[in-house]
Ligand binder design. Structure first.
Ligand code: OFO
Length: 168
């Protein structure tokens, strides 16, 4: 059975994943508006992934017989100013989410709630994937000239993003 502390933390994580989804969604809409259809496609797909993370936690709470609390989702952060900034913001966000995931892992360890500890290991691995993915994209952008990417390079980067998988 889940303790109140753990179920509160998991419920808060539902909102965090939903918030992540909103961030990707709004950045995707921003990218599309700037004419970057490939990047938008990647970000829309990722928004869906974050929603799946949310559902995964929600289903776990239900499975353990605890109460799910669906709350308001905070508004996404401001739109990026350019593509480099977009992936920098995404990376920061993922690092922040990793911290939240680690907190729950620590909590479950302290409470000796091994089921939750085990469940959370999937998220630990997923965060490594997501941080690596964002870092790799930032490296690519840097090599391509960072904020000063020429429109040709930006064009092919955008085209490639359409095919970039969510997994590393
Ligand atoms: Fe849910 O993994 Fe990103 O935030």
């Amino acid at each position: 059975r889940l303790s109140k502390t753990i179920s509160d933390a998991l419920n808060a994580q539902i909102t965090k994943e939903a918030h992540a989804s909103q961030i990707y969604l709004s950045y995707a809409a921003w990218a599309d508006g700037q004419g970057f259809g490939g990047i938008a496609n990647f970000l829309f797909r990722h928004a869906q992934e974050e929603r799946n993370h949310m559902m995964k936690i929600l289903e776990y709470i239900l499975k353990r017989g605890a109460k799910v609390e669906v709350t308001a989702i905070p508004a996404p952060s401001e739109n990026p100013v350019n593509i480099n900034n977009c992936f920098e913001k995404i990376f920061e966000h993922e690092v922040d989410n990793t911290k939240a995931v680690y907190k729950i892992v620590k909590m479950s360890h302290e409470e000796e709630d091994w089921a939750t500890w085990d469940f959370m290991q999937w998220f630990v691995k997923e965060q490594v994937e997501e941080e690596t993915l964002a870092m790799n994209l930032l490296d690519k952008i840097k090599i391509a000239g960072g904020e000063k990417m020429s429109s040709d390079v930006l064009y092919s980067f955008d085209r490639n993003m359409e095919k970039t998988s969510d997994e590393v």
